[in-house]
Design a protein around this ligand. Structure first.
Ligand code: F6P
Length: 334
């Protein structure tokens, strides 16, 4: 069979390992093709035969060697027709799509329209793909966010300041929650637990009285708060850390600084967990291909690797909930 591999959406540490491992397992039995720039690679016919030898030198680095894009081939019917025609001409029998919700929804459409068989592998540093406990890239992003936060803390202590760290996480607060738990931050703000900023400022004041520094972690995706809002009534994404820091300084009178590590936490080399997760996901994707079991996403559930229908996981995010919300409340209140 002709098997194409693509990575779509934001890059994530561990992608290269997944592509390399899968190629290594497939070659010999099947023809393996790299589809460059995600789904755009089919529209542009940027598809090249690869071997594991081509990939090994970069396999353990962050990013994605076969590049990525956020192109959705089913955005409109004209584009979908080009996509279907190109795919027929390329003759790919199977596509392994490594991505988040958008990439996987295009995979589901590809399967439903009978254009190719697909297998999905979930990745995103946000860890918000429904149906899996972990996605490739999350663990590395959290480890990097912890490093940044600990360095920041050192200088907060020296200068007796308040610090706000804003981390990525567009819909779900997983990165902020894990960073906050791992550094025992004084407050954590996540989209799943809207909180008035005065509560945050009061906590900061209390903590500061005792030890003369304080640390707050905020997820970029928080949607409701007591501070300044844009014309839609939402916080301004990708800058909410600065706004929160200004608000805290204004209300408490304490010198406050913000840091926004942004993409830096996304570009690091993968941790042991992400490396092994990528290998396990790639192995299961290979098994699915060998079993002719298509339209499935491989997933991590309770330590096991399983396959779930892609259609079951689409259109919803895996948000912080249940046990994790209880844990959140233990430290940062109801
Ligand atoms: O891939 C997820 C993510 O990192 C989000 O956390 C963030 O909001 C977004 O991507 C940033 O996208 P871009 O890299 O296109 O700026």
């Amino acid at each position: 069979m002709k098997v194409g591999i693509l990575t779509g959406g934001g890059d994530a540490p561990g992608l290269n390992i997944a592509v390399y491992t899968l190629t290594k397992l497939l070659e010999g039995k099947h023809e393996v093709y790299a589809i460059f720039h995600g789904w755009r690679g089919i529209l542009d016919k940027e598809v090249r035969r690869v071997t594991s030898r081509d990939l090994i030198d970069f396999a353990f680095e962050g990013g994605t060697f076969i590049r990525t894009s956020r192109t959705n081939p089913f955005k409109d019917e004209t584009r979908a027709e080009v996509f279907a025609r190109n795919l027929r001409e390329l003759g790919l029998d199977v596509i392994v799509a490594i991505g988040g919700d958008d990439t996987l929804s295009a995979a589901a459409q590809t399967q439903a329209r009978g254009l190719a068989n697909v297998v999905g592998i979930p990745k995103t540093i946000d860890n918000d793909v429904y149906g899996t406990d972990y996605t490739i890239g999350f663990d590395t992003a959290v480890n990097e966010a912890i490093k940044v936060t600990e360095s920041f803390k050192t200088t907060l202590i020296s200068h007796e300041r308040v610090g706000v760290v804003e981390v990525m996480g567009r819909e779900a607060g997983w990165i902020a929650l894990f960073t906050g738990l791992a550094t025992m931050a004084d407050f954590v703000l996540i989209p799943e637990k809207p909180v008035n900023w005065d509560i945050v400022a009061n906590r900061v004041k209390e903590v500061y009285k005792d030890r003369r520094w304080a640390l707050v972690v905020v997820s970029e995706g928080i949607k409701e708060y007591g501070g300044p809002k844009d014309e839609f009534g939402h916080s301004r994404l990708g800058g909410v850390g600065n706004e929160l820091a200004q608000y805290i300084e204004k209300v408490t009178g304490l010198e406050t600084r913000a840091v926004i590590p942004g993409h830096i936490i996304r570009g690091a080399p993968p941790t042991a967990f992400d490396r092994v997760l990528a290998v396990r996901f790639a192995t299961e994707a290979f098994n699915a291909i060998e079993d002719d079991d298509f339209g499935k996403m491989v997933a991590y559930r309770g330590g096991d690797i399983v396959r779930v229908p892609i259609t079951e996981v689409l259109g919803k995010n895996r948000l912080v909930s249940g046990y994790w919300i209880k844990l959140y409340e233990t430290y940062w209140g109801p």
